[in-house]
Ligand binder design. Structure first.
Ligand code: E4P
Length: 216
């Protein structure tokens, strides 16, 4: 399973890119609104230059014509940019047209396997079930990931499942075991994946022992 970062913060992205584990980035208007002093377009280009992989930038238009114009514009920003479109009837229509033009789409705000199937059939390259938000609403968010993976496999649909709204390192393991192609993580979750208390105490003990022979 590939890992993306779910952030628009360039320092977080550069930090994780240096570790060699970063395959892409997803952004959304909420994440962009946390950044200041830089335009949306410039930040997306900056991210594209910091990571060698797909970078999703979200459309905010609600009508088909607006989505087409916005999506075509975003697609010119950088070769790695992926146009992110929210799930609804207009989003499906725009996805089908843009995908037909060779533009890669990440269909977002997926909360059911039915929506995932529709997104894949419309031609989305990435389909993003929101695990954490489903869990918050009392559902099993990971079940939508499992079902989407099974359906895409069963019918040889080329769309990739991108597990989104990931809230914990255990979500990451569950997404990997569910067969998700990608999980997009907040920076804090990536950091939590690195840490283990036994690793920390193990390093301390090795260093203490190394000091014993270093002083001989
Ligand atoms: C995915 O692409 C979204 O940006 C994201 O995962 C939303 O997650 P949230 O529920 O933490 O806002």
């Amino acid at each position: 399973m590939r890992l993306f970062l779910d952030t628009a913060n360039i320092d977080e992205i550069r930090d994780v890119a240096r570790m060699g584990v970063l395959a892409g980035v997803t952004t959304n208007p909420t994440l962009m609104a946390k950044e200041s002093g830089i335009s949306y377009r410039d930040r997306v280009i900056e991210i594209c230059e910091a990571v060698n992989g797909p970078v999703s930038a979200e459309c905010t238009s609600r009508e088909v014509e607006g989505l087409l114009e916005e999506g075509r514009g975003i697609a010119t920003w950088h070769p790695n940019v992926i146009v992110k479109i929210p799930m609804d009837a207009n989003g499906l229509e725009a996805t089908s047209i843009l995908a037909g033009e060779g533009i890669k789409i990440n269909m977002t705000l997926i909360f059911s396997a039915n929506q995932a199937l529709l997104a894949a059939l419309a031609g989305a390259t990435y389909v993003s079930p929101f695990v954490g938000r489903l869990d918050d609403a009392g559902h099993d968010g990971m079940e939508v990931v499992r079902q989407s993976v099974a359906i895409f496999d069963r019918y040889n649909l080329p769309a990739q499942v991108l597990a989104a709204s990931i809230r914990s390192s255990t979500h990451v393991i569950a997404a990997a075991l569910a067969g998700s192609h990608i999980a997009t993580l907040p920076y804090a979750v990536l950091q939590a994946m690195i840490k283990h208390p036994l690793t920390d105490t193990g390093i301390e003990r090795f260093l203490a022992d190394a000091r014993k022979y270093a002083s001989v």
